[in-house]
Design a protein around this ligand. Structure first.
Ligand code: GAL
Length: 648
């Protein structure tokens, strides 16, 4: 597939006289896509029912005439100020019950039905007007659902919608009481309208209540998005995209992605490193100007799984951002590397954010491809280089990865509702496993729990709340905490793990503070979490003190703790031969991604790295034909690769 580049542009921020020059320079840089419109509601409908489409007509015409393909965003992340006069109660409330006011963006509650109708209305008007326009080549719905923690609202509208949601799910208050165990602390309800949201309780709320509320909140986001998709599809056959964010577990991206044609996400590697990766200070210092070597790749692999497999990077960091605690500049080469990494993971298109740095408002300190004075910022030349390389490089293939890693949003909600240890974080658990797989040189498919394990050499499912019957038929590594609860967040009859094929019970669990890991016999350790087992399955790993640490029955393996990096490595080594996987031991800064046509190497480090035949300077990427004797997934099975690719 031919890959392409684009950019995010805000014609409403600039004098009309320079739009044509901007468009021309975008084309000269080698960009083919331009995203516009997603925050422009106050300029499209300055007063309720009074529209000014003229400027947008002209902007689209200018960009289209220059040869650019336009992605048009619906402006629903920024309702104009007059909307609040109409609906003063449309604002979301945080868990303290405080209003999240006007004056930035994303100031709406997903459960406010009248605002949802306003979003439907403006979407319909845009789709009617531009749906068949020859220059409109794709749509973006809203902008980054849940950015700034906005998916979860504790408003009165949310409360009433939650009561309805519970009435539909449980049918009777008695069934709800039974499902949640509300006999505990006399929390029983007689009717659904007594039900409140799980905030501001004296001590912690019932985790089943929280889990239900999190599922409900996710459904509200999915509904809000679906309303827009339905309107667009009435008038337009162009693909619909939404731009997800990094480390967001407030809604189910698989559910939402099912309504999209293309998933995309916004990748800010250096901002993320300092504000959400969870790296320690040494790692932050080492990767300060490059970003974490696995965080971007993880999201590429995750979001690839959330729609039909088509995915983009809608916003790519070009230079310093404005929103992290500190905002350094990338090493020269990183804006190019990040784009190539996305292509190596299957992205169709990477759009840089943004064309020109704004001289005003919240993001005036955020770099663009151009400086505010219109001259080139450092990333412009890198974007041009990537565009040139894309034109020269033969198509970048995609490939099924040999190993799968389950990521499940219900599990994220569940362990947030009752972590049982201060640092038990589901995202972190899955991400640790991902990092270990990547250090071993493996390409990974992140998958939903409905995956068929027979299609992979190994499927990993750490921390999976409930383990479906369908997770059988291939080598599966589950645990810790997998299958330890029912769908309603109670302990299953007969104890967990509730996993078909295992004759193992968890008799008790311990969460472990950072200073008290438990060593595994032979190397590695459990950190944060360990479980005591009663088992007749084969014990394949022990704690140093003698207790079972991992068991196996046929193709099912259960790990009774949270392995550290050395622990994951040992588990991989135990399974590699049977799974037919060749493990590498990559230097910490080097990463590899294989497609059916290429093998890509990325140096995320600040210094030159040497490994096998590869010598890569800092921030460099290298690709070569993937004609190694590797295994390929063809005709429903793995076989040694027979494809021969021309040398590059
Ligand atoms: C994204 C957002 C953009 C812009 C950018 C700045 O989260 O979608 O509108 O704010 O961050 O880095």
């Amino acid at each position: 597939m031919k890959r392409s580049l684009g950019v995010c542009y805000y014609p409403e921020h600039w004098p009309e006289e320079i739009w044509a020059l901007d468009a021309q320079q975008m084309v000269e840089t080698g960009l083919t896509w331009v995203r516009i419109g997603e925050f422009a509601w106050s300029r499209l409908e300055p007063q309720p029912g009074q529209f000014d489409w003229g400027w947008l007509d002209r902007a689209i015409a200018t960009l289209g005439t220059a040869g650019l393909k336009v992605i048009l965003g619906t402006p629903t992340a920024t309702p104009p100020r007059w909307m609040l006069d109409k609906y003063p109660d449309m604002l979301a409330r945080n868990s303290a019950g405080e209003v999240r006011k006007f004056g930035s963006r994303r100031h709406y509650c997903f459960s406010h039905a009248a605002y949802r109708d306003e979003a439907r209305r403006i979407t319909r008007l845009m789709a009617e007007r531009y749906g068949a326009h020859p220059s409109i080549a794709a749509w973006q719905t809203d902008n980054e659902y849940d950015c700034h923690d906005t998916a979860i609202s504790y408003s009165a509208h949310a409360k009433h919608a939650f009561q309805d949601w519970c009435a539909q799910r449980y049918q009777s208050p008695q069934a709800l009481n039974a499902a949640w165990g509300n006999v505990f602390w006399s929390m029983e309800y007689d009717s659904f309208d007594q039900l409140d949201l799980p905030n501001q309780t004296v001590t912690e709320p019932n985790p089943s209540h929280v889990l239900a509320f999190r599922r409900f909140s996710s459904d509200q986001v999915v509904l809000f998005n679906r309303v827009q998709c339905d309107e667009i599809r009435k008038y337009s056959d162009r693909p619909i995209i939404h731009n997800f964010m990094g480390r967001i577990t407030a809604f189910d991206h698989y559910d939402l992605g099912a309504d999209l044609d293309i998933s995309s996400w916004d990748s800010y590697p250096m901002g993320f490193l300092l504000d959400r990766v969870g790296a320690d200070e040494t790692a932050q210092a080492h990767y300060l100007r490059q970003g974490d070597p696995d965080f971007q790749a993880f999201h590429h692999d995750l979001y690839r799984a959330t729609s039909s497999g088509r995915w983009w990077v809608m916003e790519q960091q070009p230079g310093p951002v404005n929103w992290a605690p500190w905002n350094p500049a990338p090493l020269p080469g990183m804006p190019r590397l990040w784009a190539w990494e996305a292509f190596a993971h299957g992205a169709e298109t990477v759009c840089y954010f943004r064309w020109r740095q704004a001289p005003f408002a919240q993001e005036q300190m955020h770099a663009g491809l151009l400086r505010p004075d219109r001259s080139p910022a450092p990333a412009l030349a890198e974007a041009a280089q990537v565009a040139k390389e894309l034109a020269e490089v033969p198509d970048v293939g995609t490939a099924k990865a040999p190993v799968a890693l389950v990521f499940d949003y219900d599990s994220a909600y569940a362990w947030e509702s009752q972590p049982q240890g201060a640092d038990f974080d589901y995202f972190q658990l899955v991400f640790d496993c991902y990092r270990a797989l990547r250090r071993a040189g493996l390409s990974v498919d992140v998958v939903p729990k409905s995956v068929d394990p027979s299609a992979y050499e190994i499927t990993f499912a750490p921390g999976l709340l409930t383990v479906p019957e369908s997770l059988q038929g291939g080598l599966v590594v589950a645990g810790p905490r997998a299958g330890s609860k029912t769908e309603e967040m109670t302990i299953p009859d007969g104890l967990g793990p509730d996993i078909t094929g295992l004759s193992t019970k968890v008799t008790f669990v311990e969460s472990l503070p950072p200073f008290a890991p438990m060593t595994l016999a032979g190397g590695g350790a459990f950190i944060k979490w360990r479980e005591a087992l009663e088992t007749t399955d084969t014990v394949i790993l022990h704690l140093e003190e003698g207790a079972p640490a991992a068991v196996r029955n046929g193709q099912m393996i259960y790990i009774a703790g949270w392995p550290d990096a050395a622990g994951w490595r040992r588990i991989l080594e135990m399974l590699a031969e049977q799974a037919g996987l060749d493990l590498m031991d990559l230097p910490p800064d080097l990463r590899l991604r294989e497609t059916d046509s290429h093998r890509f190497w990325f140096n995320y480090g600040p210094r030159t790295v040497t490994y096998q035949h590869i010598t890569l300077p800092a921030a460099a990427v290298h690709w070569e034909a993937n004609n190694a004797n590797r295994k390929l997934w063809t005709d429903g099975r793995w076989a040694r690769g027979s494809k021969n690719f021309p040398a590059l």
